[in-house]
Design a binder for this molecule. Structure first.
Ligand SMILES: [Mg+2]
Length: 406
């Protein structure tokens, strides 16, 4: 396959930059966006580079931050405005390619392989984006240009603000293999100390390790990371049309111990439905057909599906329907090893609106959940019932788009 050209664009100090764009009189002063004291969230959520030069850090309590930087200007966050800036920036990216994948509110990957020829070189595209966003939006971005998502992201971290870094296939090892593991997203706090025990401290240590041993210790997650760091794969960014044409969205998991009780079944089903629903909302999709497959401990699969009248993308709806299906084919006491759930008959979120549905409340709750996840990561909020670490194997979630269930 032809090598892809992938850009990773990251808005510099996003929240603080937006605040300065809104109120230019503070742009040359140290600025921090802080949570509200009364809500016990009086911490620094973001800061501009001047505040950073005083040592102000994200997560500092306001009082600590002010000790480091007495003239610090604290402003309250305006999440709706950040959202609209994020959309405007994304629509500029979409003028250059239909393959844009957002990551959080202020980062995007762009695959410009097929469209770069209309704009010049990859560096030209990066510079055009950088200049346009500065001029039209009033904030700066850092851009990484590379052949994979991981290396494009590493590139955008290397030089900032308002800069471009190219990491080519010929020089990626030289440029990055000395970097610590923490420079890569996806090596979690749990994985890093375990890697350290194997004498793996840098990206190069990881890349040159025995793949078999990595897989033995860290399973599929480790193997994927091994491939990414070695520059293999990790370059797929779906086009807007491809996402809209998805036939189904689903996932499945094999639990740590066989599912036997009703509670364990409920928590695993919610764990899966919550992730599917969140992914559907992310792509602005809804679906009507819910399919559940169960695998017994003799490794045979069986399943059923059901079609609801109103398209949905909420975890609660999927959970309710999935459990109804499960209750027709399973009773507590029968051992289940794996579950797969998927939703098909996918439509665009805005295509169908059911007037009888209590749409507004559901949407408010879900968009609040989505916002928290965008900001603090997927795992920052989850339904209480999924707090079942005896059974749920959080590292063994296999997500799939378009996977036709059997
Ligand atoms: Mg950023």
């Amino acid at each position: 396959m032809k090598q892809r050209i992938i850009l990773h664009c990251d808005v510099n100090n996003f929240f603080a930059s937006v605040e300065c764009a809104l109120n230019p009189s503070i742009k040359d002063m140290p600025v921090a966006v802080t949570g509200e004291k009364s809500k016990r969230t009086g911490i620094v959520l973001a800061k501009n580079s001047i505040a950073k030069s005083f040592g102000v850090k994200t997560g500092d309590i306001i009082f600590e931050a002010k000790k480091k930087c007495p003239n610090l200007i604290c402003v309250k966050p305006h999440h709706d405005i950040y959202e609209s800036y994020s959309k405007r920036i994304r629509s500029i990216y979409e003028e250059y390619t239909d393959r844009v994948e957002p990551f959080g509110i202020d980062e995007c990957w762009l695959d410009i392989t097929d469209t770069v020829k209309f704009f010049g070189t990859p560096l030209d595209v990066a510079n055009q984006l950088r200049e346009r966003i500065k001029k039209e939006i009033g904030v700066t971005i850092s851009v990484g240009i590379s052949f994979s998502k991981l290396y494009a992201k590493l590139g955008s971290d290397m030089k900032k603000p308002d800069a471009v870094t190219i990491i080519s296939y010929d020089n990626f090892k030289k440029m990055t293999y000395k970097l610590p593991l923490s420079s890569v997203i996806g090596i979690g706090r749990k994985m890093e100390p375990k890697l350290n025990k194997l004498n793996i401290f840098t990206l190069g240590d990881f890349a040159n390790y025995d793949k078999y041993v990595i897989k033995k210790h860290f399973g599929v997650v480790g193997e994927e990371m091994y491939n990414k760091i070695n520059g293999i794969g990790d370059n797929e960014i779906a086009s807007i049309d491809e996402i809209k044409k998805l036939k189904s969205i689903g996932n499945g998991t094999t639990t740590l111990v066989d599912i036997q009780t009703e509670y364990d079944m409920q928590s695993v089903v919610m764990f899966l439905c919550d992730e599917i629903a969140s992914r559907m909302r992310y792509h602005h999709l809804k679906g009507t057909t819910i399919h559940v497959s169960l695998r017994k401990n003799d490794l045979t699969w069986f399943g059923k599906s059901y079609t609801v009248l109103t398209p949905t993308n909420t975890a609660k709806d999927l959970y309710t329907e999935a459990l109804k299906l499960i209750n027709t084919m399973w009773k507590p006491g029968f051992l289940i090893r794996s579950i797969r759930i998927s939703v098909s008959n996918i439509t665009d979120e805005n295509e169908q609106i059911n007037l009888f549905e209590d749409k507004q409340n559901k949407d408010k709750l879900n968009s609040a959940i989505d916002k928290i996840r965008q900001k603090y990561g997927y795992k920052s909020i989850s339904p209480l019932i999924t707090n079942n670490d005896e059974v749920i194997n959080r590292d063994a979630l296999k997500t799939n788009n378009n996977d036709e269930e059997t």
